[in-house]
Design a protein around this ligand. Structure first.
Ligand code: HEM
Ligand code: CU
Length: 582
C-alpha cells in the first residue's frame, strides 16, 4: 500500500487553493473526470448533429440539400470516429474511470495526479486538432472511420491531403492522453485500494473500467503505429500501406506497400476498442442493476472471470472485420470460431443480469430504466453479431445497412444507455443534487423507443441490400418501402436527437434547482456513497481512509437491520456478512 501514502502526501502538499488550481489546472480526479465528461459530451453533440444531417439527406434526398456527396463522407467519418473514440472511450475511461476508481477503491486520488491532469489537457488538444479538420483546406477526411488506405490518401477522397493528416495526428495525440490516464487507472486499482478492499471485493464498475483500460493500453499502440506510418505515406512519400496504382488517370509515386497490413493493424486495435467501450458499460450496468433491485449481483466471481475472458478473447477475433478482404478460408474459419466463443462469457453476463433481477425488489428509478433498456438493446445487438460472425452470412451482409444496425445497437445505443443510467445514478454524488425524475423518465422513454424506431428497420434495409456509406440510392433499385422507411428513420432520429436536450436541460437546471441528494440517495453499499462530504472534497475521505469489511453487494442480507450494508461497516449485530464474499 505504499502508493496510498504517496497519494496521501500529495493531497496535503497540493491541496488546491485558487480558482485556477481548483477548477482549471486541477489534479483532483473528480474535477478531471468532469472536465473529461463535459468535453466528451460537447464533441459528442457535434457527432450527433452530423448524424442528423446525414439522416436528413437519406430520409429526404430531394427536400433538403444540406450536403453534397463529399460532405456526406466527411460527416460519416467524423461522426463514427468522434462517437467511438472522442465520446465513448473518453467518457467511460477519462470520465467515469476517473471519477469512480479512487472513490470506489477507497483511495484519495489517482496515484499520479499530475499526469492525470496532463491527460485531460492533452485530450482536449486532440479534440481541438480534430475540430480543426473542419477548417483546413479540403476539410476533414472522408475515408470512413476505418481510414483504409489506399483510399484515405488518394486523390478523389475528400480531405485526402490535409484532412487525413489532421485526423491521424489527432488520434496520435489522443493515444498519448489515453496512455497517461490509463497508466493511472491501472496503477491506482492495483496499488491504492484502501485496507480490506481485495480485488474480489471491488465493485464490477471498477473491474470493467480496469480491464478495459488494460485492453486500451495493449490495443491503442497498434493504432498509433498505423497512424504514424500512414502519416509518413501521406506526407513524405513512404510506402508502408500504399501500393503502386493508377487512380483517376494518374499513377502515384508509391510502390510496394500493403493496404491489408493497415487493415490488420486497424482491427487489431478496432475490435478490442469495442470492448474498451463495452466492458465499462458491463461493469456499470451490473452495479446499477444490483443497487436498484436491492439484490446482490448474481454470480459475482463468474462476472469477473467473464470480463477477463472477454478481454483476452477480444484480441484474437480482429479479422472478423476482414471476411471480405480475400483472406484464406481457413483464416476465416479460425476467426469465426473465436468470435463465436466470445458469445459464451457474454451470454453468461446477460444471464447473470437477468438473474440479479429475479426476485429482486426492483425500483424502477431512472437509472434502473436505462439499465434494463441496455439489457434489451444489448441482447438485440449481440444476436445480430452471431449472424455477422459467420463468414458465409457476413459476406453478403457486410456492406449493407444490416451492419449499421448491428453495430449501432451493440456499441452505440447500448453503451450510451448505460452512460445515461450512470449519469442519473452518480450525478447526485457529483453535484449534491438529484436530477429531475419526470424529465428523466421522459428522456428515457423517448430515447429507448426512439432508438428501436431508428435501428429495427435498418435490419430490414440491410437484408434488402441497401448499401452502407451511400449518399443516395437510385429509387429504381429498391422497393418503395425502402425510401419510406428511410424517411421514418430520419424522423425518429430527429426526435431522439431532440430528446437529448431534455437531459442537457436537466443537468443544468438540477444543478441549481434540484432536490438536495444527501450523501446516499440510492442507499448504495459501495464506498463512493460513504464519503464524509457530498460532493466529496479533494482527498475524498477527510482525515481517515475507509476500511472495507465486505464485498460491494450486501443488499437485503437476511438478519440485517437495513436492506443494504455499506462496504465499510464491520460485521456485527444487525450487519451480518452475507453468503457472498465477506
Ligand atoms: C441518434 C444517434 C445516431 C444516429 C442517428 C446515427 C446515424 C448514423 C448514420 C446515418 C451513419 C451513416 C451510415 C451509412 O451511411 O452507412 C452512421 C455511421 C456510424 N455511426 Fe452512427 N448514429 C448515431 C449514434 C452513434 C453512436 C452512439 C455511435 C457510437 C459507437 C455511432 C457510431 C457510428 C459508426 C462507427 C459509424 C460508421 C462510420 C463509417 O462507416 O465510417 N453512431 N451513424
Ligand atoms: Cu470486432
Amino acid at each position: 500500500m505504499a502508493y496510498v501514502a504517496m497519494a496521501d502526501r500529495d493531497h496535503e502538499l497540493h491541496d488546491p487553493q485558487t480558482f485556477i488550481t481548483k477548477y482549471i489546472w486541477s489534479q483532483d480526479h473528480k474535477v478531471i473526470a468532469i472536465q473529461y465528461g463535459v468535453t466528451a459530451i460537447a464533441i459528442g453533440l457535434v457527432a450527433l448533429v452530423l448524424s442528423l444531417v446525414m439522416r436528413l439527406q437519406l430520409g429526404f434526398p430531394h427536400t433538403f440539400s444540406l450536403i453534397a456527396p463529399a460532405d456526406y463522407y466527411q460527416a460519416i467519418t467524423m461522426h463514427g470516429m468522434i462517437m467511438v473514440i472522442y465520446l465513448l472511450t473518453a467518457l467511460f475511461l477519462g470520465g467515469f474511470g476517473n471519477y469512480l476508481i479512487p472513490l470506489m477503491c477507497g483511495a484519495r486520488d489517482m496515484v499520479f495526479p499530475y499526469m492525470n491532469m496532463l491527460s485531460y489537457w492533452v485530450y482536449l488538444l486532440a479534440v481541438l486538432i480534430l475540430v480543426a479538420g473542419f477548417f483546413i483546406p479540403g476539410g476533414p477526411t472522408g475515408a470512413g472511420w476505418t481510414l483504409y488506405p489506399p483510399q484515405a490518401v488518394s486523390t478523389g477522397t475528400p480531405g485526402a491531403s490535409w484532412g487525413i493528416v489532421c485526423m491521424l495526428i489527432s488520434l496520435g495525440v489522443f493515444i498519448v492522453a489515453f496512455t497517461m490516464g490509463g497508466l493511472n487507472y491501472v496503477t491506482t486499482v492495483l496499488q491504492a485500494r484502501c485496507r480490506g478492499m481485495t480485488l474480489m471485493r471491488m465493485p464490477l464498475s471498477v473491474w470493467g473500467i480496469f480491464v478495459a483500460t488494460i485492453l486500451g493500453l495493449l490495443a491503442f499502440p497498434a493504432l498509433l503505429v498505423s497512424a504514424v506510418m500512414m502519416t509518413l505515406d501521406a506526407t513524405i512519400g513512404t510506402s508502408f500501406f500504399m501500393p503502386a496504382m493508377l487512380s483517376m488517370g494518374h499513377t502515384n509515386t508509391h510502390a510496394g506497400g500493403s493496404p491489408l497490413l493497415f487493415q490488420h493493424l486497424f482491427w487489431f486495435f478496432g475490435h478490442p476498442e469495442v470492448y474498451i467501450v463495452a466492458l465499462p458499460a458491463f461493469g456499470i450496468v451490473s452495479d446499477l442493476l444490483s443497487t436498484h433491485s436491492r439484490r446482490h449481483i448474481f454470480g459475482y466471481r463468474m462476472m469477473v472471470w467473464a470480463i477477463l475472458a472477454i478481454g483476452c478473447l477480444s484480441f484474437v477475433v480482429w479479422a472478423h472485420h476482414m471476411y471480405v478482404s480475400g483472406m484464406n478460408p481457413y483464416f476465416g474459419f479460425f476467426f469465426a470460431t473465436t468470435t463465436l466463443i466470445i458469445a459464451v462469457p457474454t451470454a453468461i453476463k446477460v444471464y447473470n443480469w437477468v438473474l440479479t433481477l429475479w426476485r429482486g425488489d426492483i425500483h424502477l428509478t431512472v437509472p434502473m430504466l436505462f439499465a434494463i433498456g441496455f439489457i434489451f438493446t444489448f441482447i438485440h445487438g449481440g444476436l445480430t453479431g452471431l449472424f455477422l460472425g459467420n463468414v458465409t452470412v457476413d459476406v453478403p451482409l457486410s456492406a449493407t445497412y444490416f451492419v449499421v444496425a448491428h453495430f449501432h445497437m451493440v456499441m452505440g445505443v447500448s453503451p450510451i444507455l448505460v452512460v445515461f443510467g450512470a449519469v442519473y445514478h452518480w450525478y447526485p454524488k457529483m453535484s449534491g443534487k438529484m436530477l429531475n425524475d419526470t424529465l428523466g423518465r421522459l428522456h428515457f422513454w423517448i430515447t429507448f423507443l426512439g432508438v428501436y424506431a431508428i435501428y429495427l428497420p435498418m435490419h430490414y434495409l440491410g437484408i434488402m441490400g441497401v448499401p452502407r456509406r451511400y449518399y443516395a440510392y437510385s429509387t429504381a433499385d429498391f422497393p418503395q418501402s425502402v425510401q419510406e422507411l428511410n424517411a421514418a428513420i430520419t424522423v425518429s432520429a430527429l426526435i431522439v436527437g431532440a430528446a437529448q436536450l431534455i437531459l442537457l436541460f436537466n443537468l443544468v437546471y438540477s444543478l441549481f434547482k434540484g432536490k438536495p441528494a444527501g450523501p446516499n440517495p440510492w442507499r448504495g453499499t459501495s464506498l463512493e456513497w460513504q464519503t464524509p462530504d457530498t460532493p466529496p472534497k479533494h482527498g475524498n475521505w477527510g482525515p481517515k481512509l475507509p476500511v472495507v469489511y465486505r464485498w460491494a453487494y450486501d443488499y437485503s442480507v437476511p438478519g440485517a437491520s437495513e436492506d443494504f450494508i455499506p462496504q465499510n461497516v464491520p460485521p456485527g449485530p444487525g450487519a451480518p456478512l452475507s453468503h457472498g464474499h465477506g
